[in-house]
Design a protein around this ligand. Structure first.
Ligand code: PLP
Length: 422
């Protein structure tokens, strides 16, 4: 071999460093999202800045994900520490970070054990698998059914779009997964009828999977009486109650978990979005019967790696140390009061303000033409980022560290947006 062939100098490209524009982005990235024409570059606390230096109040927070906002010193520190020490191994080995995070979650919830994965959909897949194994091995059901609710949202994988009770997410992706059945949310009679119908020819219902508050489905809180009756039914029959806590969990409602607002404990629940404060992590949490999962039953390459778990633990401990649950309750009250005042000032605009803690929905009057996306657009022109939850609901899910001042500023920006529209 001649020396020339040994040394391969890479060709210099003039395109380095790359500077993708929104047009380049659309050229190279699949068009699965309708994006706002804003290129975000930097964030701090509850604020983000675009590439032109424009400042926005971020009341989207990665859709209820950036628990501690942007560039929080605790996260910066946890990320830096962990990446320098050990970021990924494999679940073939133990790490303190995974064990510590699982212990924290068990100590701060009704669960006995945790399985870590990477996303909400993946956590829900795990919950469905666990419920099916429980049905086969404990309840003796050969074709288990999971009941879910209309207007629910459980993710974008094939099983979780099937679980999602909204046909728009399923269209053109059939055949869907067998084993799901849908009922209207907060309607106990419909649920009891469904169980009777499904079990009439032999037992089939393995689990009831619900959000404590429907996030994507329009920020619709669950009703206590509904969930408490479901808990009784599950206790009487052995049906599992699965709570999808992906959006409402991790302190967002002013409690660690959404189900605490309902006075019940689920048998299984799932977490993702806010758990890592924006670092990808998901979790499947369960009472001790989850020991029916045996080595080989379920796995995830990235799930529970020391990087994600180290950062998520820092997020969890910050929630606790800084007493953020109380702050979430107070800021939420302030926000809802302000939104209601706005509704009174512009009487035709708002039909309802609803939510818990820092997940709130402004429901627009169905009689008027104004849509949630039009108001969201107008708000972003006023420097406030919001996200719709359905055609008529504007969702407010700021970081849990949001200040009283920032809530006031957001309410002012929203009113400026409203003025441009009415
Ligand atoms: C976002 C969401 C999911 C899906 O989570 P991914 O991390 O996007 O897979 C599932 N359930 C609920 C309630 C959600 O809000």
């Amino acid at each position: 071999m001649s020396p020339e062939t040994l040394v391969q100098v890479p060709p210099q490209t003039s395109a380095f460093p790359l500077q993708s524009t929104t047009a380049d982005f659309d050229r190279y990235v699949m068009s699965t999202y309708a994006r706002y024409p804003i290129m975000l570059e930097r964030g701090e606390g509850s604020r983000v800045w675009d590439a032109d230096g424009r400042e926005y109040l971020d009341f989207v927070a990665g859709i209820a994900t950036c628990t501690l906002g942007h560039a929080h010193p605790v996260m910066v520190d946890a990320v830096t520490q962990q990446i320098q020490k050990l970021h990924h191994i494999s679940n073939l080995y133990y790490t303190r970070q995974q064990g510590n995070l699982a212990e924290w979650l068990v100590q701060h919830s009704c669960a006995d054990r945790v399985f870590f994965c990477n996303s909400g959909a993946e956590a829900n897949e795990g919950a469905i698998k666990l419920a099916r194994k429980y049905a086969h091995t404990v309840l003796g059901i050969s074709t288990p059914i999971v009941i879910t609710a209309h207007a629910s949202f459980h993710g974008r994988t094939l099983a979780t779009i099937t679980a999602t009770g909204q046909p728009k997410y399923q269209k053109n992706f059939d055949p869907l997964m067998p084993g799901f059945y849908y009922v209207p949310y907060n309607d106990i009679v419909a649920l009891e009828e469904a169980i009777a119908l499904l079990d009439a020819g032999g037992r089939q219902v393995a689990a009831i999977m619900l959000e404590a508050l429907q996030g994507e489905g329009g920020v619709r809180p669950g009703e206590q009486a509904y969930f408490q009756r479901i808990r009784e039914i599950c206790d009487e029959t052995g049906i599992l109650l699965i709570a999808d806590e992906v959006q409402v969990g991790m302190g967002r409602t002013g409690h660690y978990w959404g189900y605490e607002n309902l006075g019940i404990e689920p048998d299984i629940f799932t977490s993702a979005k806010g758990l890592g404060g924006g670092i990808p992590i998901g979790a499947l949490l369960c009472k001790s019967f989850c020991d029916i999962f045996q080595p080989g039953d379920h796995a995830s390459t990235f799930g529970g790696n020391p990087f994600a778990c180290g950062v998520a633990l820092a997020v969890c401990q910050t929630l606790e140390r800084e007493n953020l649950l109380t702050a979430v309750q107070e800021r939420g009250e302030q926000l809802r009061t302000g939104l209601r005042a706005l509704g009174e000032k512009y009487p035709n605009l708002v039909s309802e303000v609803r939510g818990w803690g820092l997940i709130n929905g402004l429901v627009l009057n169905p009689e008027i033409e104004l849509t949630a996306s039009a108001l969201v657009k107008a708000a972003s022109d006023q420097g406030l980022l919001l996200v719709p939850a359905g055609p008529k609901v504007v969702r407010f899910v700021p970081p849990l560290i949001v200040t009283a001042d920032e809530i006031s500023q957001a309410l002012q920006a929203l009113e400026r947006a409203v003025v441009t529209l009415v």
